[in-house]
Structures are given as structure tokens and as C-alpha cells.
Write a protein that binds this ligand. Sequence first.
Ligand SMILES: Nc1ncnc2c1ncn2[C@@H]1O[C@H](COP(=O)(O)OP(=O)(O)OP(=O)(O)O)[C@@H](O)[C@H]1O
Ligand SMILES: O=C(CO)[C@H](O)[C@H](O)COP(=O)(O)O
Length: 293
Amino acid sequence: MSVQHPIIAVTGSSGAGTSTTGQALRHIFRNLDVNAAFVEGDSFHRFSRPEMDLAIRRAQEQGKHISYFGPEANDFEQLEKLFSDYSETGQGSSRRYLHSFDDAVPYNQMPGTFTPWEPLEEKTDALFYEGLHGGVAGSDFDVARHVDLLIGMVPIVNLEWIQKLLRDTSERGHSREAVTQSIVRSMEDYIHHIVPQFSRTHINFQRVPTVDTSNPFSAKDIPSLDESFVVIRFRGMKKVDFPYLLQMINGSFMSRINTLVVPGGKMALAMELILTPLIAELIEKRNSASQRY
Ligand SMILES: Nc1ncnc2c1ncn2[C@@H]1O[C@H](COP(=O)(O)OP(=O)(O)OP(=O)(O)O)[C@@H](O)[C@H]1O
Ligand SMILES: O=C(CO)[C@H](O)[C@H](O)COP(=O)(O)O
């Protein structure tokens, strides 16, 4: 954690909607005139797509599983180093994992490869991480402890699988069978490395559909925002103005003392109302600290 160089992270599984949520955060940064360095979690994969295919086959031969959710396929120590360096100096480096031809063509590379590591932009106000492991922690690494505002993006698991299936088949060129296999292969890492993060977050946004998603593997489309509610859970935050949020967000209600429920269509508004003052506070503290030094 760092007053001078704050880190804001949106963490969630593949297909949870972290990239989509990232757009809402970018909008908030623009409104607050915050110049953030953006880091994508997939930069910390250890392997390119062909290397990962090989690693999966090798693991299978030994009766093991390897998935994008776990430490075998991601360098958590390096991610922690980036967060720790940024907290101390406001600097660090990042790269991109190119998923699709649309991502890869501008770099003259193939999908499933990385761009070279590059230093982050100089003199940013904050670091914004969006990806799988913003709140990960274990015996040899603790990424979560460096994060000043940690946000979980967690649709219920059926919905998460529908989103992943449809996105990976339509945009990333994978077959339905291959995506299903990757969900099965990832389950152990999902339980050990993805789920525990949501107990370390400051806020979780959990989308719950109100239509039947009981067989996610046969779904033809993603339930729309208007067919969902969003359950927003606050952890250890004393200054949440619930009466104001309930007044501003039509159709919202409290389901527990620390939990607000909003209609899906109000998710972007809820994010803006909740996250803008929290980010503004981090930046105000940073600006006052910078003036003192
Ligand atoms: N709130 C939402 N309502 C409807 N669809 C959504 C919502 N959030 C995400 N989606 C859809 O779910 C799919 C996955 O979303 P997104 O790409 O943001 O996931 P992700 O968590 O960033 O995945 P990855 O980590 O693999 O990049 C996309 O097709 C996106 O349009
Ligand atoms: O979303 C993911 C993890 O966040 C992907 O599964 C991972 O990045 C591999 O991507 P691809 O299937 O495009 O090779």
C-alpha cells in the first residue's frame, strides 16, 4: 500500500467481466482527471499459447493439471514485484498478451503471443490492474497486500461460464469443446487461487441473472443487464453512505448490513457512485503527500 503511488485493482476470473469493468474505471479516471498506468493481468502468464498447449499436454502425461488460474502458468512473484516497485517508486514494466487477430495485427504478431516488456508511463497518478490475480496471496507471494483499492468482479459461476464460452468461441477462435475442457481443467486452481481473492477485496460486484442459466454449456446468449441483479458487498468499509446510494439508485435495496443490491441496468451508475469518491480520496491523499515532499 502506498499513499504516493496508489494501486487500484479489478480482479476476477477469465470471462468474469474485468475488461468490461475496466471501461467503467477508465471513465471514472477521465472524470477525475487521473492519469493511470494500465496493466493487464494476462501480461503475467508464463507461456505463449503454443507453449501453454505443450505445458498442458506434458502435465496431462504426468496425470496433473495446469491452468491459467494457477502459479504454474502465471508469475505471481513478478506481479508482486511490479506492485511493490510501483508502490515505492511509481515505476515498473508491463507487456500485453495478444488474444485475437484484432489485438495482434497492430503489433505484427500472432495471437497468443506477448509484446515485449516496456516501462510504464512516467509520472502516473495511480496504477490500475485488471485481470485474474489482483488479490492473490500464498506462502511465497502476496499481491493483495500492495493494493489500495481491490475490487472483485464475480458473476455467479454459471453466468461466468456462459460469458467465457461465448467470448472465447466468438472472439478468440476456440471451439466450444476446448473451452469446456479448459473450465474443467481449471477447477482446482479456480478454487485455490481465484475464489479466495474475493475475501480480500474491499468491494465485490456479483452479477446474478434472473433467467434460467442452469445449463451454461447450452446457452446461446449472455443474460442481459436488465435480466440481472448486481449484489454489491462492502468489506470493512466504515464510510459507505448507504442512504445516499439507496436514494440515487432506483430499485436498489439492502439485503444485509454490508450488502447493496441494484438492478443490473444500474451497474455502471452504481460503480460510478461507489468508486468515484473512493478513488478521489486516494488521489487527494496522494496529492497532499506529494506537496509535503
Ligand atoms: N455486465 C455484463 N453484462 C453482459 N455481458 C457482460 C457483462 N460483463 C461482461 N460481459 C460479457 O462477458 C464476456 C467476458 O467479459 P470480459 O472480456 O470483460 O471478461 P474478462 O474477465 O476481462 O476476461 P479475460 O480476463 O479473459 O480478459 C464478454 O463477452 C462481455 O461482453
Ligand atoms: O482469459 C484468459 C485468462 O484471463 C485466457 O484463458 C488466457 O489469457 C489465454 O488466452 P487465449 O485463450 O486467448 O490464449
